[in-house]
Write a protein that binds this ligand. Sequence first.
Ligand code: 5RP
Length: 218
Amino acid sequence: MSDQQAQKQAAARAALSYIEDDMILGVGTGSTVSCLIELLPTLKLAGAVASSQVTEDKLRALGIEIVDLNFAGTLDVYIDGADEVNAHLQLIKGGGGALTREKIVAAASNKFVCMVDASKSVEILGRAFPVPIEVLPQARSYVARQLARMGGEPVYREDFVTDYGNVILDTYDLDVSNPVELEKQLNNIVGVVCNGIFAANQADVLLKASSNGVEVLT
Ligand code: 5RP
């Protein structure tokens, strides 16, 4: 097993301490979350709200009851991974394309616990990883032009459609030095459904795994 995979597993094990019996858990998407999902059958959950169809399918396969967010009320805890995280626990997410549903479930939860391996920590968001932006299909070219005017380089994610039937523009070279402002600015472009900057609603707890163990940051 690679060191990175071992770190993902360690972060997932650490996340278990935030889950209580009879809870309806918000469950994110991605390979780190997959490590967590494998551990869930050992717990006594009331159910789970899934942040993507992929996660929903994995949870169902393990016999975990899926709850519609509209009937779940406010969730106590949402657990997810991230593509990048800075020192303020602000994130870039959406590498797996589930950013909109992830942002909805995170917003509807009292506590967002984020699990990362050491490779995800950065000083400034968006320098290495592009900002994924979910866009209504008809607005793709218009939004791409607006992003280019902001200095970004949008790349259309080929052969990918989100759970909501939209497309993704992975946008390089945006200035993410003020993540809260940029998140708002991107949301204001007509045709943008959601963007992968999680700054207005950043993680509440970061479980940062490295070869030395898992650090808990709040
Ligand atoms: C999916 C996400 C994931 O949380 C992010 O891509 C991290 O994935 P992984 O745990 O596989 O590195 O935002 O949309």
